[in-house]
Unconditional design. Structure first.
Lengths: 256, 122
């Protein structure tokens, strides 16, 4: 029945900042028969453990895994469609898992690229978690992780919840379209701060949308200084060469 | 929207731990939530109440400590606390700082149980 303390955060020491409801603690501590049992365990410990297992599987298979996160309507699917098509044309082996609450519309769209695609329907859950990924990797007909160069996970369109759920990915990509407003990174700092790369989509319609490019880049950098940013259009192909180059470099690192 | 699943995870972990102390009552559950954890405290409290209703944890107090963001500033060679989550720059020198040291915690720190035995504490 032992429950070893697990410390997931780097900050293991308790600090007095921002302690709320201190009076409530005091009241409890005053009672003579209460005792404190340390847990120090992540609330999402189960997900984190499953994600660590997935990460090991990805590494052993030599596949580069990316988790694509954005609001609904940013153009994740169009961006991924183009990415899969171009990777295939370049001889790379890529596959995708795509999360949505309902429908397999996105999977069908992505499958047109010729890449293996599997839909995950969360039925109301606002994010993908490591367990869902594990289940859908198992029994994926015709797909072996070891036979892939890239695996893309298109998360449920949501800029809040997916940030807490590690899927074992190597690279988390935050996407933002020119129609969404340049302050999106400031409004959703957790997600942008946790991202390894940022992709601006629909850059072909930036001008009619009155998109302030400099402000958007500044805001992204304010939340995640030094992050790699790609300005792309799935329609015209703008910025795709730089993106594919980045993928190839990251994939090569994987092998090294 | 994921506060309900967080509440369920907390209940599960606390129930598991408390099982090692038969006959005890859980009086409080202490959480450490980073400023970047994206958890709405009020929403979590609401979901907590719903989740513990009718369980042995009903009535247990949720005590939340908010952990501010701390980044490492290479220029100052120091860990510095940020005032908010709108700008990841060193508040001392203004340099961008992305080396996060603290602020993403989503952690159950401890539980306080009452097993009716005198702890010997004052």
């Amino acid at each position: 029945m032992g429950h070893p303390a697990v410390i997931l955060s780097q900050a293991s020491e308790s600090r007095p900042w921002g302690t709320r409801r201190e009076s409530e603690c005091k009241e409890i501590e005053g009672k003579m028969t209460t005792r404190i049992v340390e847990l120090r365990r992540g609330i999402l410990k189960k997900n984190d453990e499953l994600a660590a297992e997935l990460r090991q599987r990805y590494t052993a298979a030599g596949v580069l895994v990316l988790n694509l996160v954005s609001s609904p309507g940013t153009g994740k699917t169009a961006f991924l469609e183009r990415t899969l098509r171009e990777l295939k044309a370049g001889g790379a082996r890529a596959a995708a898992l795509v999360g949505d609450l309902e429908t397999d519309n996105d999977a069908r769209r992505l499958a047109a690229s010729g890449a293996p695609v599997r839909q995950i329907n969360t039925h109301g859950i606002c994010h993908l978690d490591a367990e869902m990924i594990g289940k859908h990797l198992d029994g994926w007909e015709g797909v072996e992780l070891g036979g892939l160069d890239y695996l893309f996970i298109e998360n449920v369109g949501n800029l809040v919840c997916p940030s807490s759920y590690d899927l074992g990915e190597k690279i988390r990509v935050a996407l933002l379209s020119v129609t969404e407003g340049e302050d999106k990174p400031l409004k959703y700092p957790t997600l942008f701060n946790s991202a390894d790369a940022a992709v601006i989509t629909k850059i072909d319609i930036a001008e009619p949308c009155g998109f302030d490019r400099d402000l958007a880049l500044k805001n992204i950098n304010e939340i995640r200084p030094g992050i790699k940013i790609f300005e792309t259009s799935a329609k015209t192909g703008a910025g795709m060469a730089e993106w594919l180059e980045y993928l190839a470099v990251e994939r090569a690192k994987r092998e090294g | 929207m994921h506060e309900l699943s967080l509440a369920a995870s907390i209940v599960e972990a606390v129930t598991e731990t408390a099982a090692a102390y038969p006959g005890s009552t859980v009086k409080a559950v202490r959480l450490r939530l980073g400023a970047l954890s994206d958890v709405l405290e009020d929403s979590l409290r609401f979901c907590w109440e719903l989740t513990v209703e009718g369980t042995p944890l009903a009535g247990a107090l949720l005590v939340v400590t908010t952990i501010p963001v701390v980044v490492h500033c290479a220029k100052c060679a120091a860990d510095v606390q940020l005032d908010g989550v709108q700008s990841f720059r060193c508040p001392r020198c203004g340099e961008p700082a992305s080396d996060l040291k603290q602020g993403k915690e989503l952690e159950i720190e401890s539980i306080e149980i009452d097993d009716g035995k005198d702890t010997g504490a004052e």
